[in-house]
Design a protein around this ligand. Structure first.
Ligand code: PLP
Length: 425
């Protein structure tokens, strides 16, 4: 089948894409913020809300068993998807943010002392900055930043020297939500492990675009959100190595995470429940199974090849069209080997995510005009204010593509940005 037809078939699974916005067919290019959901996910959410709605792990009746089966089945799907050794390594949370907060609070409480250091990467989302700042403030620790170079790549060459005996953890972004560059996380892990320092990877964007094998990567923690990978909102995953998860204190206390409780003292449930206090979003979590099945289906076989080819085409087109067709555009995050926004055919380590500004145009104004033309993009600080500061800007326009987006949509996007620029100049 032709690439175009394969992508069209994928689109049919997403009812949200068939909508009109402001009288125009919706072109949804805010996938890095949240992806749309395929039918299989929507159907499971509907089915569970309508019928299989019973609290998990707690009851001796069939409906609860069914809900628990779906919930634990999804955990097993996550385990397979990232090749974790065991279900105990897969902790359900409410999102990447919650996963990183859990590690920042619990790991730092266990392993850090006053004067210790946490290393984070300069391309971090606020979710990989603020939790570490909170922990550092509580403990009296310091934060060190691994910088980026001119094109937006991490200065991996500087990492080794930054890792002295005071550094207790490295928290690195897999793919920045602003720059769209795949960071060499395997290398980061290797360098940190040479110093016996564990590594957390913020995989909010990475899990969507890269095949993640946590055992191969050897990261100590990997955090991601379900809603960015075709799943439900309010669900996230923390992968952690058993040796740390077993030693770390619980992050939240409550039902389901306990062994025995007296008024004086509590023993904790074994992993993974030790970190899962209270009634979880069991319906949303269960939908991770069809969500990850879908994610796998667009990576494998003929469909996978077609999606890859389509994404490569879109990346090449966008990296050429942004500077050449629109003009006076600065693109943030360039593929390997590129140092300016000039056109190039290399896609390198770039994913189909494009943050840019047009000289003389306010990013918010451009986005509002695009919305009138049916195009959904994100503008603003992208929850990465320190990174935008280092890029010397206060706002960017970001267009982020998913496997269901087409080259025709990319072309329409460029046409519409051109129109918006004319209106604003
Ligand atoms: N990290 C990165 C790189 C992100 O892109 C995002 C969301 O955009 C997050 C963390 C936070 O994810 P969530 O809001 O789902 O917790």
């Amino acid at each position: 089948m032709e690439t175009k037809n394969i992508v069209e078939n994928i689109r049919k699974k997403f009812p949200a894409l068939a909508q009109q916005m402001n009288g125009q067919p919706l072109i949804y290019l805010d996938n890095a913020a949240t992806s749309q959901k395929p039918l299989e996910v929507l159907e499971l959410l509907d089915k569970m809300n309508a019928k299989v709605n019973a609290n998990v792990h707690r009851a001796m009746y069939q409906l609860s068993d069914e809900a628990t089966g779906l919930y634990e089945g999804a955990r097993e799907r996550v385990r397979q998807f990232i090749n974790a050794p065991d279900r105990e390594n897969i902790i359900y949370t409410s999102g990447t943010t919650a996963s990183i907060n859990l590690v920042a609070a619990s790991f730092c409480q266990k392993y850090l002392m006053k004067g210790d250091v946490i290393v984070i990467t300069a391309d971090s989302h606020h979710s990989n900055i603020v939790p570490w700042q909170l922990a550092a403030e509580r403990i009296g620790a310091e934060i060190r930043i691994l910088p980026i170079d001119g094109r937006g790549a991490l200065r991996i060459d500087m990492l080794d020297k930054m890792l002295d005996s005071k550094v207790k953890i490295v928290a690195a972004t897999h793919i920045s939500n602003v720059l769209g560059i795949v960071n060499p996380v395997d290398k980061i892990v290797q360098i940190a492990h040479n110093h016996n320092i564990p590594v957390l990877i913020d995989g909010a964007q990475g899990i969507v675009h890269v095949h993640v094998d946590v055992q191969k990567m050897d990261c100590d923690f990997y955090a991601f959100s379900a809603h960015k990978i075709y799943g439900a909102t309010g669900v996230g995953i923390l992968y952690g190595k058993s040796r740390y998860l077993n030693e770390m204190p619980p992050y939240m206390g409550g039902g389901d995470m306990v062994g025995t409780v007296t008024y004086q003292k509590t023993s904790y449930a074994p992993l993974p429940l030790k970190f899962e206090a209270g009634t979880p979003n069991f319906i949303g979590a269960s939908a991770l199974k069809p969500a990850l099945d879908f994610a796998a289906s667009v990576r494998e076989g003929e469909v996978g090849e077609a999606v890859k080819a389509s994404e490569q085409e879109i990346i090449k087109y966008m990296l050429n069209a942004l500077p050449n067709e629109i003009g006076e555009v600065e693109v943030y995050g360039l593929p390997e080997g590129k140092v300016s926004s000039q056109a190039s055919d290399d896609t390198g380590d770039k994913i189909p995510l494009f943050s840019f500004n047009i000289k003389g145009c306010n990013a918010g104004d451009v986005a509002q005009l695009l919305d009138k033309m049916g195009i959904a993009v994100r503008t603003g600080l992208m929850c990465a204010e320190p990174l935008l500061n280092s890029l010397g800007v206060t706002s960017v326009i970001r267009a982020s593509f998913a496997p269901y987006n087409t080259l025709d949509e990319a072309k329409k996007f460029i046409e519409c940005v051109k129109r918006a620029k004319k209106m604003l100049m």
